[in-house]
Design a binder for this molecule. Structure first.
Ligand code: TMP
Length: 202
């Protein structure tokens, strides 16, 4: 049993996750939570090195299975090195993406068999699940406008890919309504944050 509470944020690129994570971080800190905030892929030295390979535009030749395995490798390292020990100490963990992203991007987006992705997710995490997941949702046309950096390899994958990812996230949320809270990401950052707080049990 985890002692700490595990929160993940999901959604298509440019939907405003980082802003909401910052707001939640300061809200929970004020409530006295000890917090660990992480991003996927990344969070440890090894996982950040894998992130660079995954997002590098020069790696256009990367195969779909190599891509999936690299995300899973980064995740496995993050779970073992940081997330599981933190939860065991009673720390609240906030993750900017977790395994639902592999289902949405590599499963629904790339078309890799969803059962295969699910098995690899379980292998990489050792069965660790977030207690709650906030899926931020905006129509694709709007979310793309929020991206404020040069597009990385995944963001260059095209509109149809992104639209499959978007549909995928909605399917994933439908299948697990207890864990995954669908959050309308339109409106001001304060409005979106109040929708998140309304779903928080702690
Ligand atoms: P970020 O831009 O939210 O930091 O995420 C990096 C990119 O990696 C983003 O385009 C989503 C993508 N991604 C996957 O394709 N599969 C995964 O399992 C994860 C965690 C991220």
């Amino acid at each position: 049993m985890n002692k700490g509470y595990f929160i993940s944020f999901e959604g298509s690129d440019g939907v405003g996750k980082s802003t909401q994570i910052k707001l939640l971080e300061s809200y929970l800190k004020d409530l006295g939570h000890e917090l660990l905030v992480l991003r996927e892929p990344g969070g440890t030295q090894i996982s950040e090195a894998i992130r660079e390979i995954l997002l590098d535009k020069n790696n256009a030749k990367m195969s779909e299975s190599a891509e999936l395995l690299l995300y899973e490798a980064a995740r496995a390292q993050l779970c073992e090195e940081l997330i599981k020990p933190a939860l065991a100490r009673g720390v609240t963990v906030i993750a900017d993406r977790f395994y639902d992203s592999s289902l949405a991007y590599q499963g629904f987006g790339r078309g890799i068999d969803l059962n295969e992705v699910q098995s690899l997710n379980e292998f990489a995490t050792g069965g660790l699940k977030p207690d709650i997941t906030f899926l931020l949702h905006l129509p694709n046309s709007l979310s793309r406008k929020l991206i404020d950096h040069e597009a990385d390899r995944l963001e260059l994958a095209g509109e149809e890919f992104m639209s499959r990812v978007q549909t995928g996230f909605l399917e994933i949320a439908k299948a697990e309504p207890e864990r995954i809270k669908l959050i309308d990401a339109s409106g001001s950052k304060e409005e979106v944050f109040s929708r998140i707080i309304a779903e928080l049990p702690c």
